[in-house]
Ligand binder design. Structure first.
Ligand code: 5AD
Ligand code: SF4
Length: 494
């Protein structure tokens, strides 16, 4: 944090003669104004300053990046490709080691640009930055990085840019989990008609392989009033589809930011994720609601019934299984067995026969045997996933599994390929099952390959291409799925 004295370093031309607000978001609005002056002065000199954000990892990061883009555009930066931008920000992921390596690859490529252009700035934020040893490594080996911040202070980007521009060589700020959440308004959405909305942050599950609880902190739900106000504002801004985001949405409402917030809800202790979903669906203008991610141990039948009773909720549940082996699931601290999971799949399919189930699967967890892989293959076949994301286990420093005896990498690669083959076979078999049916498509864009075709998505996320007028982009259209083409459909508007 800076004080009023430091601000005297700013050139007179950019100065704002007001005290720096101490409260957020007014404080960042102040720094946005200062940075706007800087951008304007450059423009007057004929230099348009540009930015690029490179996003790694999950939907949460995608949505965080949309908000950072909104902030940078308010400041006056214009979006440009990574190789041409004056400010490049990497929003990082650290769930697996290869995501870390990709960041280092990008940094290595940008280093010469930094030498050639002293005005060029590099920022890094996101999950990787919440690990002290990584921040240390960046400061040592990539000391040309200008701005570095974590997952808890995204909203402070304007102040950090200001600090880097006028006060310090590097603006580095990584904070512990906050007591309250500061919203960032005005995201620049890739599609104006759909948006993510965070309903909770962090995770309390401590699966033994996973770094997320360490870098995203303890689970904190946002109060329903804030979420619903957000969704209303988005609907007024033209958003039709909402994706409710959380590491474990089914435990929504268990923990709030403060005792005060928990007390507010004490008069309605039954209010949980199913109730929130219904409230979101009631907001005028919202046509479709999705959510991600569900932990199998917490997914309730009440939720399944709410989905069944509400046509606005997409018929899609992402239900990460990780492994089909009860023994490995125990070692992973997942709190369910193979039988629990398959029983849950049965109960879901009983009520929602059309549901698309997708999952995450991890191969190579410490101590994995042939028998464990066979259990995983059983589950894939039984559950009939429409799509499964398969990952090779990656040891994460500080997690319990990293200290366990690791499985031979050669064996892991071979098992990974076998599991992938089964995943593809099952997904392929499932993919054509809606051929001939009529369903709603949210139209996203004109098709790049097929002339006069549009491309959109079904509720279960599958792509559909159909002939249509570009004026339909952003609306829900009834389409007959005339031909299944593997992982997409060709359709016709009806
Ligand atoms: N190694 C490999 N995959 C992991 N995931 C989480 N942690 C690891 C890890 N250490 C996978 C899980 C999770 C998904 C988001 O990433 O499958 O569901
Ligand atoms: Fe990681 Fe498990 Fe939390 Fe998912 S539920 S974020 S895998 S600790």
């Amino acid at each position: 944090m800076i004080n009023e004295q430091i601000i005297s370093n700013i050139p007179d031309a950019y100065r704002i003669d007001e005290p720096i607000p101490t409260e957020e978001p007014m404080r960042q609005d102040f720094f946005i104004s200062l940075c706007q002056n800087y951008i304007r002065a450059n423009r007057e000199k004929g230099k348009i300053l540009t930015y690029a954000i490179v996003t790694f990892g999950c939907q949460m990061n995608v949505y965080d990046s949309e908000r950072l883009k909104g902030v940078l555009e308010r400041i006056g930066y214009q979006e440009a490709p990574e190789k041409e931008a004056d400010l490049v920000i990497f929003n990082t992921c650290t769930v697996r080691e290869n995501a870390n390596q990709r960041l280092y690859g990008h940094l290595g490529q940008l280093k010469p640009l930094k030498k050639a252009n002293p005005d060029f700035m590099i920022g890094i934020c996101g999950c990787m930055m919440q690990q002290p040893e990584i921040v240390e490594k960046i400061q040592k080996s990539y000391s040309f990085v200008d701005i570095l911040f974590g997952t808890f202070n995204l909203h402070r980007l304007p102040e950090l840019i200001y600090l880097r521009l006028f006060e310090e060589k590097h603006a580095i700020e990584v904070l512990p989990a906050p007591k309250e959440h500061v919203e960032i308004k005005g995201a620049k959405r890739k599609y104006p008609f759909k948006s993510g909305v965070n309903i909770m942050y962090g995770c309390n599950n401590f699966c033994t392989y996973c770094i997320v609880p360490y870098v995203r902190g303890r689970e904190r739900s946002r109060i329903p009033e804030d979420i619903l106000r957000n969704v209303k504002e988005l609907a007024e801004d033209g958003v039709k589809e909402i994706m409710l985001l959380g590491q474990n949405v089914n435990s929504y409402g268990v923990n709030f930011y403060t005792d005060e917030e928990s007390r507010i809800l004490q008069d309605n202790p039954e209010y949980g994720f199913p109730e929130l979903l219904e409230d979101v669906c009631r907001i005028p203008g919202i046509d479709r609601v999705r959510f991600m991610t569900s932990h199998p141990k917490d997914l309730s039948m009440k939720l399944v019934e709410v989905i069944a009773g509400n046509p606005k909720i997409c018929r899609h549940i992402h239900l990460p299984v990780q492994s089909g082996s009860s023994r490995l699931l125990k070692a992973m601290n997942r709190h369910y067995t193979k039988e629990d999971y398959l029983g849950l799949v049965d109960r879901i399919r009983e009520i929602l026969p059309d549901i698309s189930l997708t999952t995450d699967i991890m191969i190579g967890f410490p101590g994995e045997t042939e028998e464990d892989i066979q259990d995983t293959i059983d589950v894939i076949r039984y559950a009939g996933y429409d799509q499964a994301f398969t990952f090779i286990y990656s040891p994460r420093t500080g997690t319990p599994a990293a200290a366990m005896e690791q499985t031979d990498p050669g064996l892991v690669n071979q098992r990974f390929q076998r599991v992938l083959d089964v995943v593809n076979e099952v997904a392929h078999r499932r993919s054509g099952r809606f051929e001939g049916a009529v369903d709603e498509v949210l139209v996203e864009e004109e098709n790049a390959q097929l002339k006069s075709y549009l491309t959109g998505r079904l509720g279960n996320n599958i792509l559909v291409h159909f002939p249509g007028d570009p004026s339909l982009i952003g609306s829900l259209v009834k389409v007959r799925l005339t031909e299944a083409k593997g992982f997409y459909y060709i359709g016709e508007q009806i």
